[in-house]
Ligand binder design. Structure first.
Ligand code: LLP
Length: 386
């Protein structure tokens, strides 16, 4: 799409940097995910943390997805957008009392609880507001997600979930708390997982823990296996839609369950990453001692992933490519006063000049939501392709 001169001319009219959202691609992606999930009677709660742009959320809500939230504000936002309360879950290791009360008052489907103390606090607050809270207990399964260590969450060393050694005690606390009801078990082992075998290992652990509870007479209605399905950052045009069939197939095959038990997913990135592109203008070109620099009007303040995780995002020049032009290597950097403000080193691009448009692809997930106004930057701008 970014090789198209019509798109280029439209974008040249806009102030940059901006987040370009391809709502047609988003719709196709959502339809593919929903179809693959419905076929197996699986439920998807979209993880708002990946992108909580109103237009994106409205489309996701209209397709019948639930919402997976990690703050009181995300819970409120889901309600405002129109997600039904019975399709909203609230996760996170550090829920404040105020946030818990907000969620209780909205009568959301369930809290994903991460510690014994949190169980006790939710029980107490539910008693105070006269509600009964559904909870899913997050278990840390100690499964290696084989992904960047900053986004792996299911290892013993991570802060998430209740460790195996504490489960006996957690089960006893749940039984003794009057205002909470255990509906499910919750797992999430990491993000940007491209090796589907990781999910197979997760299923083995889920089965073990479900049996552990059932052997003790506790019925588990919901198996929430989290999110984490990765996307193709290298080839966004070739693989714009993740292989949801293959992903769900793993769980269908390896999760032991009865027809009454529900399987829930919390996908974020896989649904929204490819529909977003950060569009930026070249402010300056400069030859350093060893490098050619492209200095953009977008920086780590608009897209932090490369600076934070050395994440790869494909970088392209927008507009029709002229055949036979020799490409150059550029370090593509932003205007922020930090050396880590770099989108890519030695990026091969056609020769660029001041005013050219650059696309930084696959930025729909954990892009706009992680923006900051460091250096007192402008609010994020948008362009919706529909
Ligand atoms: N459920 C839980 C409990 C999570 O912690 C996460 C993501 C998700 C679901 C959604 O995971 P997804 O399907 O999007 O992989 N900022 C990082 C990613 C952080 C992921 C945090 N948790 C990045 O830019 O790569």
């Amino acid at each position: 799409m970014f090789k198209n001169d019509i798109i280029k001319n439209n974008l040249l009219q806009q102030e940059t940097p901006l987040y370009f959202y391809d709502l047609r691609l988003l719709e196709k992606t959502l339809d593919a995910a929903k179809k693959a999930a419905d076929k197996r009677n699986f439920h998807i709660h979209y993880a708002l943390k990946a992108n909580f742009n109103d237009r994106i959320l409205s489309l996701i809500q209209s397709k019948g997805f639930g919402a997976d939230c990690v703050s009181g504000n995300e819970v409120q936002k889901s309600i405002d957008i129109g997600f039904p309360a019975e399709k909203i879950t609230f996760a996170g290791v550090g829920k404040s009392d105020k946030e818990i009360i907000t969620a209780l008052k909205h009568k959301i489907f369930a809290f994903n609880v991460e510690s014994i103390q949190e169980l006790e606090v939710i029980n107490e607050l539910a008693g105070q507001v006269g509600e009964k809270a559904n909870v899913s207990l997050r278990i840390n399964p100690n499964v290696d997600a084989h992904t960047h260590h900053y986004i792996t969450t299911g290892l013993d060393e991570n802060k998430f979930g209740v460790p195996n050694s504490e489960l006996e005690k957690a089960a006893a606390v749940i039984n003794s708390c009057e205002n909470i009801h255990l509906v499910g078990l919750h797992f999430h082992v990491g993000s940007q997982i491209t090796d589907l075998n990781v999910f197979k290992s997760l299923c083995v652990k889920v089965n073990e823990w479900k049996n552990w509870f059932e052997e003790r007479g506790t019925y588990i209605k919901v198996l929430n296996v989290g999110g984490g399905l990765g996307v193709d950052y290298k080839y966004p045009d070739e693989n714009p839609i993740p292989d949801f069939e293959a992903y769900f197939d793993i769980f269908d095959k390896f999760l032991e369950r009865t027809s009454q038990q529900e399987v829930h997913f919390e996908l974020g990135r896989a649904l929204v990453a490819q529909c977003g592109t950060l569009v930026s203008k070249v402010l300056y070109t400069k030859s350093g001692v060893k490098k050619n620099f492209l200095i953009l009007d977008a920086g780590m303040t608009e897209l932090m992933r490369p600076a934070l995780y050395q994440a790869y995002h494909k970088i392209e020049k927008i507009g029709e490519e002229i055949a036979g032009v020799q490409k150059l290597n550029y370090d593509v950097v932003g205007p922020i006063c930090e050396s880590s403000d770099c989108f890519g080193k030695e990026v091969e691009l056609p020769p660029c000049k001041r005013g050219d448009l650059i696309a930084i692809r696959t930025a729909g997930a954990y892009g706009e939501v992680m923006a900051s106004n460091y250096n007192l930057r402008n609010e994020i701008r948008h362009y919706y392709y529909e």
